[in-house]
Design a protein around this ligand. Structure first.
Ligand code: BG6
Length: 501
């Protein structure tokens, strides 16, 4: 008895993490097509993004007068100064997430040998990131693929895409195996179900069907498993993760029917992380396919690959929450207005055709000028939910606040951005205390860049202002906003100093 008493321990002695762990990754995230510009330089050919004049929610158009991605913010020629602003010489990021433009490496997707100029560009970039004290996180596919593959094969609904993609992946894994720490397979993989089928999968939005997008997703799942298998072999020091777009969705009332709608809507998002992390199609997916007459063509080998090679970690993008009831779902697009253009009633934008347009918003939350709710508790809930579901390390791949801003006396006094950041950092801290294994955070668009949703420059997320307008005019000169210094201070204190002066 006495011996047992001596062995007994008190849970009150257990230390719980009260704040961000040492070595927590703080940084920013960007995507090639939204900022590089130089869309035909050094051998690159157009990607699907380069025929999207109004961003992802517009339609592809080959005869537009102006394409925002063609010039971007000309990062292709400013990368060195921009990386210095992100890294040791600037805000002090210790991680930088960006994507590789596939059509810089294999311009048409079908070449036998890669484009050396494209490979060199990213090699220089990643070396500079390292020199500036940042770990490198690469998204292999962030809303672009060679236009030729979409035109010729109809994009990812064609199984041959797996081979084209893996040729590109093996090339970059070999070349950057000593420079990249984290690889992400498909940006917001779940989004291609509801919208963005052109940018995520090269599927024609005029003729697409749910059958096409789910078949395309299956091919991406197989490719993602092959990425894990091959990158582990080629670059064993690095990790491979998935990126989903997380939906924090609240039921409008305590009517159980509202909660059932929420559950089913969430499953439409979980589907992608369930397959990539648990290694199998969930039962609710088979039910959905049966009820909606969707037939996925697959082989036993596909399912075995998916089972054997789940991703090492999960990352997700989080901007806002939504509400749903049995009568409607306040969703991603129309009803919450993704962009200023939508607010202004520009109908070259399309909403989410699967979702009812209701105009309902959450009365408990503040909205950004673009109509996106500001909900740090939603981030806390996302973290707790996703960690509880998968028990794998988590990274916040994107979070941020985009709106119209003006330069006054060479800067922008963006207190609202600091407040947004502080509240979301606070929410992450609470999740860590709750037991979530969160290892990093990337602010979306640390430098102003082209909006993915609307193609606008004027939806600005950056800590750095770029002098360029929606028509592509401006000097491209960069200016530090007030929030630049705030994020720098926050990072230096590892998330402890959140005070806004
Ligand atoms: C995410 C995308 O969905 O949201 C980014 O991964 C995008 O590419 C970001 O830019 C913000 O959306 P938007 O439409 O404001 O640019």
């Amino acid at each position: 008895m006495r011996e047992r008493l001596a062995m007994m321990k008190n849970s009150r002695d257990i230390k719980i993490p009260e704040t961000f762990p040492e070595g927590f990754l703080w940084g920013g995230a960007t995507a090639a097509n939204q900022y590089e510009g130089a869309y035909m330089e050094d051998g690159k050919l157009p990607s699907v993004a380069d025929v999207q004049p109004h961003g992802v929610f517009g339609y592809p158009d080959r005869n537009a007068k102006f394409y925002p991605t063609h010039g971007g913010i000309d990062f292709y020629h400013h990368w060195k100064e921009d990386i210095a602003e992100f890294g040791r010489d600037g805000m002090g990021f210790n991680v930088y997430r960006t994507s590789i433009g596939w059509s810089r490496i294999y311009p048409s997707g079908e070449e036998e040998t890669p484009n050396e100029k494209g490979l060199e560009f990213y090699e220089n970039l990643f070396r500079e990131c390292r020199a500036q004290g940042m770990k490198v996180m690469v998204t292999l596919s962030h809303y672009e693929m060679p236009l030729n593959l979409a035109d010729k094969y109809g994009g990812w609904k064609d199984r041959r895409m797996i081979d084209f993609f893996m040729k590109y992946v093996r090339t970059v894994a070999e070349r950057y195996k000593d420079l990249v720490d984290y690889w992400l397979t498909f940006n917001e993989i779940g989004n291609n179900i509801h919208k963005m089928e052109w940018m995520t999968a090269g599927i024609d939005p005029y003729t697409d069907t749910e059958q096409d997008v789910y078949q395309a997703s299956h091919h991406q799942f197989v490719a993602s498993a092959l990425c894990v298998r091959d990158i582990h072999k080629i670059a064993p020091g690095s990790k491979v993760g998935s990126v989903i777009e997380y939906k924090t969705i609240y039921p409008m009332s305590c009517d159980p029917k509202d909660s059932i709608v929420v559950t089913h809507e969430k499953q439409r998002g979980y589907f992608f992380s369930d397959v990539q992390l648990r290694g199998e199609y969930p039962g609710y997916a088979w039910e959905y396919f049966k009820d909606n007459d969707i037939n996925i063509e697959y082989t036993d080998e596909d399912m075995e690959l998916i089972r054997q090679y789940p991703v090492d970690f999960l990352s997700f993008t989080y901007y806002r929450s939504r509400i749903a009831s049995k009568d409607y779902i306040e969703s991603v697009q129309k009803e919450t207005n993704t962009s200023d253009k939508e607010v202004e009633g520009d109908n070259s934008y399309r909403g989410d055709s699967n979702i009812v347009n209701t105009g309902k918003t959450n009365p408990y939350l503040e909205l950004t000028p673009s109509g996106w709710s500001i909900d740090p508790d939603g981030l806390y809930l996302a973290l707790v939910d996703l960690y509880g579901r998968y028990q794998k390390p988590i990274f916040v791949a994107e979070n941020g606040l985009g709106l119209k801003e003006e330069l006054v006396n060479g800067t922008v006094n963006d207190t609202y951005r600091m407040e947004y950041l502080a509240k979301h950092a606070e929410a992450m801290k609470r999740a860590i205390r709750n037991g979530v294994d969160l290892f990093g955070y990337a602010w979306w668009g640390p430098i102003d860049l082209v909006s993915n949703g609307s193609g606008q420059m004027s939806k600005r997320y950056g800590f750095i202002y770029v002098d360029r307008n929606d028509a592509g005019e401006g000097t491209l000169k960069r200016y530090r906003k007030k929030s630049f210094y705030y994020y720098k201070k926050l990072i230096a204190s590892n998330g402890e100093d959140l005070e806004i002066e």
